[in-house]
Design a protein around this ligand. Structure first.
Ligand SMILES: [Mg+2]
Length: 238
């Protein structure tokens, strides 16, 4: 933990979370995009190629999403099939309890993620969030996947989303925290008032984050935020 982390956490009023690898995970470390490409396209090796093409500037983010989701539509994907793959993921231990505890302590909570909205709907249906920035899937009345809306707020866009949230709630970025795990969180981690690398898959993210946590449970994240405005009343967590 950086020396000024305790001081920084004292002023935090809003906490934004990444989803894949932060609020949910998978026994093999897969994200929902890999699971759905494997199901509908036969394998998930194109995920690495498309990420490489995105990094190289060969495709932009909306094109990347269109390649993936367009392929699933061509394969005849339905909501029940998609939800079967979503359920191969699981919430990180104590994720639901931590979110509710942080909300009860007075923090505004948000999601800024490159995940699909169906993942959040499945595992956090109560939506304790004041703002949600994810990719969106569209289905027809028969449950067939028919379209999508790519988020403009993944990768470097995550920092813009945090800025939107801060402005909407009249907060300086210094009072906004971000919790994430991977390279697509680097931009937002650099601008957040307090950045937390949670089970990071990116050494660079760990090197720039104010706090590094490696834990099978999200509970240590709650310990960073004792309360917004009012003094903390117990931890309430295992
Ligand atoms: Mg992630």
């Amino acid at each position: 933990m950086h020396p000024d982390s305790t001081q920084r956490s004292e002023g935090i009023a809003l906490i934004a979370f990444d989803v894949d690898g932060t609020l949910v995970d998978h026994p093999e470390g897969k994200v929902i995009w890999e699971l759905l490409n494997r199901r509908f396209m036969g394998d998930d090796r194109m995920n690495h190629q498309r990420y490489h093409d995105y990094q190289a500037g060969i495709i932009d983010y909306p094109t990347w999403v269109a390649l993936d989701v367009g392929g699933w539509i061509e394969a005849g994907a339905t909501r029940p099939e998609i939800m079967t793959e979503v359920r191969a993921l699981r919430p990180v231990d104590h994720a639901t309890e931590v979110l509710h505890e942080l909300r009860d302590r007075g923090y505004l909570l948000a999601v800024i993620s490159g995940t699909l909205d169906v993942v959040l709907d499945e595992f956090f249906p109560e939506h304790p969030f004041c703002g949600v920035y994810t990719n969106h899937l569209e289905f027809d009345a028969a449950g067939r996947l028919t379209g999508w809306r790519a988020t403009p707020f993944d990768m470097d866009g995550k920092a813009r989303a945090l800025d939107h949230l801060a402005k909407r709630h009249g907060l300086p970025l210094l009072r906004c925290a971000f919790v994430g795990d991977n390279v697509n969180d680097l931009g937002v981690a650099r601008v957040a008032g307090l950045s937390v690398a949670f089970n990071a898959k990116s050494a660079e993210l760990e090197s720039i984050a104010h706090v590094v946590i490696r834990s099978p449970s999200l509970a240590p994240v709650a310990a960073l935020f004792p309360g917004c405005g009012d003094p903390p009343v117990g931890d309430g967590l295992p």
